[in-house]
Design a protein around this ligand. Structure first.
Ligand code: COA
Length: 189
């Protein structure tokens, strides 16, 4: 039978694959880092929480499957360096949201933008999405910059809409439409 799965996604320097049962090891290596957890909605993960999140992620294998979600591992030279999730917020209308995390030890090298662009392209080309949105804490400048460099447009700045870790926080919303022009990733200045 013809394999219609777009996975794994292969880019110039990366491979993006589904999660495996042994992924709790690197998840527990990355998510407890304060730098990673700072703007996420959860506190740094314990080992037990890493296992629980992995169980949820193992089921997220197809945007058009029962979970209407995809949880992907970003690998560089065969090792996990982060993850990207894509999930339907309105499956009937083909509207989805994307989220990303990169191990800070691999930050600043353009890996996140290479991975996000590949997943967004898959969302539009393979899954025929109409829209992909991304939301982030407004103080998360690295994440906002990433959204902008992959071609998403900032559409909103919500003021103190989210109570997170003991304080009100602002949220930025970015969006990309299937009809938006998709220019190649800009070369570094
Ligand atoms: C958000 C996050 C993924 C961004 O990671 P990142 O490494 O800054 O993003 P990129 O892969 O796009 O890298 C861009 C940087 O790499 C540099 N770079 C180096 N080589 C590059 C290359 N070959 N191509 C592109 N950029 C390159 C760019 O100049 C840029 O540096 P700058 O920010 O100093 O200008 C990361 O900060 C993170 O995981 N944070 C913690 C979790 C989190 O908050 N997630 C988001 C929740 S909404």
């Amino acid at each position: 039978m013809l394999d219609l799965s777009p996975l794994p996604l292969v880019t110039e320097r990366l491979q993006l694959r589904l999660h495996r049962p042994d992924d709790d090891v690197w998840l527990h290596d990355i998510y407890p880092q304060a730098e990673v957890a700072r703007f996420l909605l959860k506190e740094p993960w314990t080992r037990e929480e890493a296992g629980q999140h992995l169980d949820t992620r193992l089921a997220k294998t197809d945007l058009d499957g029962p979970t209407t979600a995809l949880a992907l591992v970003i690998e560089h030279e065969g090792s996990p360096i982060g993850d990207i999730s894509l999930w339907m917020t309105n499956a009937e209308r083909r509207v989805a949201e994307i989220g990303w995390v990169l191990d800070p030890r691999f930050g600043g090298k353009g890996f996140a933008r290479e991975a996000v662009r590949a997943v967004a392209d898959m969302g539009f080309d393979h899954y025929r999405l109409h829209r992909i949105a991304a939301q982030m804490d407004a103080r998360n400048t690295a994440s906002a910059k990433l959204a902008a460099t992959v071609g998403m447009q900032q559409e909103a700045h919500l003021r103190q809409d989210w109570w997170n870790k003991g304080e009100w926080t602002d949220t930025l919303i970015f969006g990309a439409l299937s009809s938006d022009p998709r220019s190649p990733l800009a070369p570094l200045a």
